[in-house]
Structures are given as C-alpha cells and as structure tokens.
Design a protein around this ligand. Sequence first.
Ligand code: PLP
Length: 401
Amino acid sequence: MSQFPVKDGELLVGGIPLSRLAARVGQTPFYAYDRQLLTRRVALLRAALPASLKLHYAMKANPMPALVCHMAGLVDGIDVASAGELKVALDAGANPREISFAGPGKRRAELSQAVAAGILINIESFREVAELAAISHETGCAGRVAVRVNPDFELKSSGMKMGGGARQFGVDAEQVPDLLTEIGRYGLAFEGFHLFAGSQNLRPEAIAEAQIKSFELALRLAGSAPAPVRFLNLGGGFGIPYFPGEQHLELAPIGANLSGIVERAARELPAAELVIELGRYLVGEAGLYVTRILDRKTSRGQTFLVTDGGLHHHLSASGNFGQVIRKNYPVAIGNRMIPARLETVSVVGPLCTPLDLLAERMELAEAQAGDLVVVHQSGAYGMTASPQAFLGHPACVEILV
Ligand SMILES: *Cc1c(COP(=O)(O)O)cnc(C)c1O
C-alpha cells in the first residue's frame, strides 16, 4: 500500500533513509510529508480529469504552511474553513480569487476579513447574508458569495456524510430560492453554488452519482439566482485506502463522468467554471507519522511496544476520529522493512488511557527499543486533528521533505 520506497531495509522519505531523517529532525515523534509524492498525486489526477475542471485543495486536511505553499503551486485554488486557514492560504501565495471559505459558524470578524481579502464566501445561513450585507454597506465592498447547498440527497457509502437530511452545513436546497432573493436584494456579488455531500468514499459510482445530482440541483437552483452562475463547486469525497482489503479509488469512471458534466455545463451553465475540492486524496498518502519505541513489555502473553507518540498526535490512527469500528492503520517498523522475523504485537503510546493505541495485535517486524514505528496514510487529519495538549507530552514536529 505504501508509496514510499525501501532501500537496505529502510523506508526512504524524499530519498533519505528514515533513521537518518529522524536524526536530522532531532526528535521523535514527527510527521514527514514527501513533496514529490504530492506533486505526483496532482499530476495523476490532472491526467484523469477534464482539463477545464479546476482542482482545489481543502486545506483542513493538512494546513502545514510549507505544505500549503507547495500545494498552492500545484492546484488551482485553496478551500479554507476559518480566518486562520485563510491567512495560511494567502501567505502561501494562493490567488484570492481562487480561495473559497466554507464553514457553518463564520464569525463577523472572519466575514469582514474574507470580504477585505476578496475571496469567495460560501454562505451557509440567512444570518451570514445579513452580516455580509452590513459589512458591504460599511466598507463599500460587495462580498463575493456562493451558496453552500445542503442537498436533498446523500453521498452513498461515505466515511463521513456531510450533506442530505438535517445538517449544520449549508442551507437546505428548498430554502435556497429565498436565500438567493435576499442575496439579490442586498446587492451581494453572487457567483455560484457549493455542494459537498461527504468524504472518504472509495466507490467511483457513488461519487459519480453525487456529482451528477449536484450538477442537476445547481441547474435547478440557478433559475432563482440573481446573476449567472460563474462558479460551481461539485465537492469531492475521493477516499484513500486505510485498511486491509480497501483498494485505491478508480479514477477513470469519475473522470469520464466529469467530462460529461463539463460538456453539459458548457451548454446549460455557460458562464460557470466547475471545481472539485479534495483534501485527503491529495495529501493523505504522502505523509508518515514516525515514533520511536521506548519500551517493550509482555503482559499475560501479549507483547506491547510502547512508543513516544500516540493518540495525542494522531487521533485518527488511534481510531477515535469518526471511526465506528477501530481498525489498524498501515503500521510498520520503518527501519526494519525487510524483517528477519515477524511477531504479533500491539503498539501503544505513552498516555494513561487504553485508547492510546496505534496498532492492535498486528503482525510486524520483530522490534526493540530505539526502532522507529511508522504509520502510513498519515498526511491528512493528523497533527492538527489531534489533542496535542492532552497529558502534557512534548509537541510533535512536521517536516516537508
Ligand atoms: C473536509 C472537507 C473537505 C475535504 O474532505 P476530504 O475527505 O479530506 O477530501 C472538502 N470540502 C469540505 C467542504 C470539507 O468540509
């Protein structure tokens, strides 16, 4: 499953053997992201998707400034979810016209910053329209807005559903015509629609179906819009394989489906640029979490490798970030990739909670204190999605190699 090559029994990150890299970082635990893998991933996608489709990076997946800077040079735009992320995107050199801002509770100050920055704001409530109208009135600067629609369908078999039914995200499709009237009345600069049905999906047919339904819903709503649709964000949801038995997402059927939508849009929404926004698919497989074994213990016949990292840096790998049933992430002993012997062990962290588990009874290379445990598929929802302050252990470090 790993995208990282092995040489002389060690994983290579950016061509550097893992133990050498750990020495360079000067501490464990750390996250390492591989620039070349990021670049390759975007190229793979571009080759499979229609040329006119814009590709955005949803930076909540990984907001490390150096990584966002690298991504900003590869994708067409950045999607942010707070004023803090907006700062990182602007610092990274992203074009404000191609930054969009979504999130269910945007504060007045954040909306003001977004208007001043000239980015596109995905409106998620009637309150946001009123706030933006007031900001526009005060500053003489009409906010650029799109409507985030809570669709009347779901993205089937998604890891996390974020649309359909009752949701805190977006505005229900049936309320959107009234919202569009308000936007027109206040003279905000209407630019389009944003739909995001869910994430972590590995079924191309489910993604394709959601994209078609999203397009058709936007087409219907466009009839009530105060201006032509210039921007249509069809969401994303592309998943990556985390667990045994999961396969890489097949891109060809998704690309073919999107080509059909692009053709229809040219006729039916001729002013619209189509966008998809991806987080984990772009960055998830390019990252490793690296932690060192401190202790090796046996308890009633089971072996535990106790490491200096765990749940406080990598909540997702511990199984506590939205998973229903805990499964092991792809874990390996990064400096013993060609093992002399295998053994079944549990890998735990230093925290005083049984939730601090990185691998449960997994077959790994036989390892000792000082060896490096790596968690693959860790480039998204890692450090910033984890409770680093929990139990007061040293902070984690991130590097881009
Ligand atoms: C979280 C989020 C994404 C990214 O989801 P991934 O599963 O990482 O691709 C994209 N768009 C919106 C609106 C989101 O909230």
